[in-house]
Ligand binder design. Structure first.
Ligand SMILES: C[S@@+](CC[C@H](N)C(=O)[O-])C[C@H]1O[C@@H](n2cnc3c(N)ncnc32)[C@H](O)[C@@H]1O
Length: 285
């Protein structure tokens, strides 16, 4: 079964083991969302890492399917300035970004909701010999002290999925020191108006951009098994500002010439015409 109108992320090769009976836009509470996504990422982690691990590299900081690399983009600040900084990676998956941060001299801590993903992070820590401390946590309730972190980052981790993204922003603001920076990438909000199809169908508007109803997959009992929550661009900006941040930049990476790799609904065809990723650079005064 395919779910062609999903906004982001998994294709049939990343399908969790739970049978998917219903796919569509409907309400999902915070608890339902968290429960569904923890189980989904636990069961999809092996396939996700097998499919995308090579592109992400064991030690590498790739922001998005367009391949924007922190080593060149330097959205966290000049790489040379990261030495000694305490950096929090949110929704780290296999913690490729955190290992890159460790390799350039930062002091990362990486966390994820999913133990399945963290198992990959642990084995890559061992295999590469570059270690990032790992923990399991929910981005909506950070187990860190106030003003204990210099920088926070998230490459498609947590923010596209959570019911309470405003709460995540408040939590990140709380744990950042004054002068700290939070940079996060999500699927570009305008993609929610189109089918998540790498082909021409993915260029047609089939639903309202303004419909904030979450995308939900459910089992035969109607229990959600996978959830993503939509925010418009304006919603994202308002949540960032309401948390106390200054929005310093909004990066919409362009599809690079010669980049042919598809990732779900991201493809050269769509990437050359419309943005696929939004990256928010947020500063705490
Ligand atoms: C698309 S993956 C991105 C992982 C990694 N940043 C990368 O680029 O491969 C999304 C990750 O967000 C995690 N996640 C989802 N909801 C979360 C939450 N509430 N708190 C923390 N992590 C969450 C998932 O478990 C998953 O590992």
């Amino acid at each position: 079964m395919t779910s062609p109108d999903r906004p982001y992320l998994h294709d049939h090769r990343e399908r969790a083991t739970a049978a998917v009976e219903q796919v569509g836009r409907r309400r999902a509470t915070r608890a339902q969302t968290t429960r569904a996504n923890r189980a989904w990422w636990d069961s999809a982690a092996d396939d996700y890492q097998q499919e995308h691990g090579g592109f992400l590299r064991d030690i590498g900081f790739i922001w998005c399917p367009e391949g924007l690399d922190e080593a060149e983009a330097q959205l966290l600040g000049p790489t040379a300035s990261l030495g000694g900084k305490r950096v929090l990676e949110i929704g780290c998956g296999a913690a490729q970004c955190a290992r890159w941060l460790a390799a350039v001299g930062a002091r990362p801590v990486a966390f994820d909701l999913s133990l399945g993903q963290l198992r990959h992070a642990r084995s890559l820590n061992a295999r590469t010999g570059v270690s990032a401390p790992l923990l399991q946590a929910d981005a909506q309730a950070l187990p860190f002290a106030d003003e204990s972190v210099d920088i926070a980052c998230s490459a498609y981790g947590a923010l596209p999925f959570v019911a309470d993204s405003a709460g995540v922003l408040r939590e990140v603001f709380r744990v950042l020191r004054p002068g700290g920076r939070f940079v996060f990438s999500v699927s570009h909000p305008m993609r929610w108006a189109m089918p998540d199809d790498p082909g021409p169908r993915g260029l047609t508007v089939t639903s309202s951009y303004f419909d904030r109803t979450p995308y939900v997959e459910s089992d035969d009992a109607g229990v959600p098994t996978y959830v993503e929550h939509h925010r418009t661009l304006g919603d994202r900006v308002r949540e960032i500002v309401a948390a106390g941040f200054r929005l310093t930049d909004l990066v919409e990476p362009e599809w690079p010439a010669g980049h042919h790799r598809e990732w779900g609904g991201w493809s050269p065809l769509r990437g050359e015409l419309i943005p696929g990723t939004a990256i928010f650079v947020c500063d705490k005064s």
